[in-house]
Ligand binder design. Sequence first.
Ligand code: UDX
Ligand code: UDX
Length: 458
Amino acid sequence: MNKNIVCIGAGYIGGPTMAVIAKMNPDRKVIVVDINKSRIAAWNSKNYALPIFEPGLVDVVKEVRGKNLFFSTDIKKAVQDCDIIFVGVNTPTKMFGKGAGRASDLQYWEATARNVAKWANGDKIVVEKSTLPVRTAAAMSAILNTHEKYHFEVLSNPEFLAEGTAIKDLLTPDRVLIGGAKTPSGDAAVDELVKVYCGKGGKWVPRERVLTTNVWSAELTKLAANAFLAQRVSSINAIAGLCEATGADVDEVARVIGADRRIGPKFLKAGPGFGGSCFKKDVLNLVYLCETFGLHTAAEYWMGVIKMNDHQQERIVSRLFRAMFNTLANKKIAMFGFAFKADTGDTRETPAGTVARLLNDEHVCLSITDPKAIPNAKKDLEDLLCTPTPPTYTSDPYVAAKDADAILLMTDWSEYPALDWTKLYKSMRKPALVFDTRNCLDADKLRKIGFTVLNIGK
Ligand code: UDX
Ligand code: UDX
């Protein structure tokens, strides 16, 4: 067995994870492959115009690319070169047939398994990185082990990195989770992967933070961990509505709840609801699993987390509607931030997208600004009809706000509180409104300037 590693799928997970694996394992060759040629070209670009924005990523890629980290579209050759194969292809929510809108679409993932079996030239360890519903490793094992000559050991190694802090999360993870079969060959494969995460000379993840379980536990843990985090966000957003109705302040409530060490302070920030590629998809997967096993009450319980999230975005638009005299038609609204959170250009499942569509239904003239997400925003909203005008896009918040009736802050980019709000105010139509859905601006200061200010949960 050689030490080389290939990862199939050069996305938000595959790219950063392999860059850090290569950095911490200078004695291993790491190859990242993808069917998408332009994505690979971007990873290989001379000026490091990488396909994803992630703080600190460029520095790691500069350090290792061409030394022991390589990007390629030759999947077959890479599979033959490497005995450890990570699979990080996308598994979007299925939009057709059985389980539509809930289950994962596993077609790319199965096609990948079949190709690995077809091209293999020796025994391989196959590591699932994609989030998959429990018991799919068994399916992968079944497909792979139809092979007459070679043995494939399938491990589950879910990724817990969060976008925006991916490099930090990878370098100093709370825990690494490896699920493997409880057999001698399963144990041996787990040991091989533990070595990767401990890094050369044991300089990466401390051994006690590498947790090993059976395959099903590992797969379910990923879904459950994301469902618990999503549930906290929905819980605090449910309290936010009540705060608005009663005069309590959700940030104060959250601070005090979080001071209880049994609860802890994280993931208690009220806002426009959760976005990102994982939370909704993983909770829906959990709902589908519960339904499959006849656990209907549990399915409904988790579905509530999603319903609460959708409701939060509808509530934002209704409150804006009421505050702007019950008509939004032909008014200009500047949306500050489109990414699903700060420090990423990713817009998958972003609450800003849902809100933009609801505003378009009200015939708003929408002007969208974001430091990193404008290219993705344009793609996401390209089908929006021109009522009354198509959305406009700019990376300059001052341009977005000019002649606007309202600023709707959707993403907590650190540059927004630092803007010249007096200048913004002067350039807007009056009465000028700010709806800060992240509670990140100084509301008192804005009121002194002359703005009408709305917050979440206040
Ligand atoms: C994806 C899922 O979105 C996430 O839920 C899962 O946990 C891990 O995989 P991410 O890296 O964010 O995470 O996805 P994405 O950025 O879409 O990257 C997947 C890549 O796989 C794409 O670049 C795609 O071109 C590639 N791919 C897909 C293949 O190389 N082969 C295929 O057959 C299908
Ligand atoms: C998440 C998990 O954190 C990560 O472990 C998993 O592997 C993938 O999914 P990510 O989606 O990148 O990572 O971002 P995260 O920081 O978890 O935020 C998710 C969403 O929740 C964002 O839209 C964020 O704005 C929102 N959020 C988060 C809140 O609204 N309030 C909070 O207190 C925390």
